[in-house]
Write a protein that binds this ligand. Structure first.
Ligand code: SF4
Ligand code: FE
Length: 489
């Protein structure tokens, strides 16, 4: 069974014993919980779309490891064409959900761990890649959703892991046994963890020789003993449990993050992919972050398509779609969104082969892509609110609209241009609210800022990859200053 249906996926999560807490209580049935279910639906979309012939070439790939068709979210990129298809797939999933569909972190972790384990093994004669390949084949055969977990809580950001007052601020090995290791710590902001079958853990920063216990990569099931998660609150999250779907803005889809606690979790030897090789921690981080910065050139663009569409619908509802300043704002939104897509495609087209044989994006362009993502969605969101008007935040609730006494007033005064019902107008306004201020703003805005690394992390990489010396030599050559690269004087 290399491809699960969406229904089978939901059942497979239901069959697990994932320990999820929210509002101080354990969630007994995460699959039916009002707040969590939309997030599960978004991941389900990655399974449903793979079943549709129309999307097969984007959503699936051929695996050389198991010799059959796999969901692209479990694929190891074999070419620049694979990298480009990945971005297109993410745009498609964003358009279909208007939310974070979560499964990309696992795909990005697979590809980063694949090439890094190869290089560790080459240097130390270890067998991490063999371990990883078994895990990969298992994930492909069972069509699993895997959460890639990188971000540690980090405590005092000015201190390395081994100097933290509380040594658990970075996830670490606390015990080494003949059959495996025991790990303790936490991973923060974990997208999709509560909808994943497995979690693939990686270190979060480059490390020095004293951080040996912290340079650890491994995979465990999300219902492993002593592993549990606490769901993060999102703006307007309890609207999902009010029984008023219009007020949620996006009644079907969403995304949630969690703080994941590893309270002495056992990892068997065959699930360990790095264990103390500190000099490779930075390589793994850089590669994972690079892939995920590319990812944003797809997923945020897809969600941007939904927001631009919603703004255009709001203009129609208000009868202003022909106004030139509205058209100009929509043009600006499209321009910004397609600029994000351009860098997502560009870093993929310029990808190269790693020593291990899989393909990696152009790191400079991937970082430029993500740096743009830290800015443009905010401007697109501002323009969407501008077009939609103040009712995005002042419209009465769905329950007022349904009330026998108040409803007629709400319907009369919230109606838009001729032929536009108050109900349809409110649905579009709430969708814009959801994407720019509500639960989806987590994925579309704040995650655009901090996900895959905060803006400064990309700026450091842009400086490192930007090759300023070569640029200086170009200038010197033309200005006829000594020291130009081609030796001119
Ligand atoms: Fe995928 Fe985007 Fe969500 Fe990251 S933020 S998991 S790239 S949808
Ligand atoms: Fe993300």
């Amino acid at each position: 069974m290399a491809l699960m249906t969406g229904k089978e996926y939901v059942q497979s999560i239901r069959d697990m014993d994932i320990k999820i807490y929210m509002f101080g209580k354990r969630i007994e049935d995460p699959v039916t919980d009002d707040i969590l279910r939309p997030s599960l639906n978004s991941v389900r979309m990655t399974y449903d779309l793979a079943q549709e012939p129309e999307y097969r070439s984007l959503m699936t790939a051929q695996s050389p490891f198991i010799g059959g068709t796999v969901n692209r979210f479990t694929h190891i990129h074999e070419s620049t064409d694979d990298l480009i298809k990945k971005v297109k797939m993410q745009r498609l999933c964003g358009e279909k959900t208007g939310a974070c569909f979560q499964r990309c972190v696992g795909m990005d972790a697979f590809n980063a761990v694949y090439s890094t384990t190869y290089e560790i093994d080459k240097k130390y004669g270890t067998s991490y890649q063999k371990n990883f390949l078994e895990f990969l084949k298992y994930s492909q055969e069972k069509d699993l959703t895997v959460d890639g977990a990188m971000t540690d809580p980090k405590g005092d950001r000015n201190l390395p892991p081994h100097k933290q007052k509380d040594p658990d601020m970075y996830l670490r090995v606390v015990e080494r046994r003949p059959d495996g290791i025991v790990v303790r710590g936490a991973k923060a902001h974990q997208t999709g963890i509560c909808n994943s079958h497995e979690v693939l853990v990686m270190p979060t920063i480059a490390m020095g020789p004293d951080d040996k216990d912290y340079a650890v990569a491994f995979a465990v099931p999300t219902d492993a003993e002593n592993l549990f998660m606490i769901i993060g609150r999102q703006s307007c999250d309890t609207r999902k449990s009010e029984g008023a779907p219009i007020d949620t803005g996006n009644p079907t889809f969403g995304g949630v993050e969690a703080l994941v606690i590893f309270d002495d979790v056992f990892v068997p030897n065959d699930r360990i992919f790095m264990n103390g090789e500190t000099e490779f921690a930075g390589m793994l981080v850089e590669r994972f972050a690079g892939y995920h910065r590319q990812s944003y050139g797809g997923c945020k663009v897809g969600v941007g398509d939904v927001l631009i569409g919603a703004a255009a619908c709001a203009a129609d509802c208000n009868g202003v779609c022909k106004a030139s300043h509205i058209k100009d704002k929509l043009i600006e939104m499209i321009h910004l969104n397609e600029t994000l897509y351009s860098s997502g495609i560009a870093c993929s087209a310029e990808g190269t082969k790693t020593e291990a044989g899989n393909y990696i994006i152009d790191l400079l362009l991937a970082n430029v892509c993500k740096q743009n993502v830290t800015r443009f969605p905010y401007e697109i969101a501002r323009l969407a609110q501008d077009i939609a008007g103040g009712s995005v935040v002042t419209a009465p609730s769905e329950k007022d609209m349904e009330d026998p006494e108040l409803g007629p007033y709400v319907k009369k005064y919230m109606a838009g241009a001729e032929g536009v019902s108050a109900e349809d107008r409110m649905k579009i306004l709430r969708l814009i609210e959801n994407l720019t201020l509500g639960t989806a703003a987590v994925g579309y805005l704040t995650e655009s800022l901090h996900g895959a690394g905060s803006p400064q992390a990309q700026r450091i990489m842009i400086m490192r990859q930007g090759d300023l010396e070569t640029k200086k030599s170009f200038a010197k050559n033309i200005a006829k200053i000594k020291g130009g690269k081609d030796g001119q004087e």
